[in-house]
Design a protein around this ligand. Sequence first.
Ligand SMILES: [Zn+2]
Length: 78
Amino acid sequence: MDRGEILGLYEWAIGVCFRCATANTATTHLGEIDPPAGDHYDIRACEKCLVELEEERRRYAERTGREYTPGQLGRCEL
Ligand SMILES: [Zn+2]
């Protein structure tokens, strides 16, 4: 699966990347932090970081003998 196919599995909107702090870039929603006291915080990742996170998941799955399915970030434990 190439980069374009992986990116196509997610929905994109302009936002700030939680990982590299790039703002006003295409980001996808991965999760949220909603502390009882404090600001609601959306966790979003840019295209570059999303691809890197997917690559990490793929390598982790290979190491541990698990099945890797792309497109699952934000839909299960990171
Ligand atoms: Zn990023």
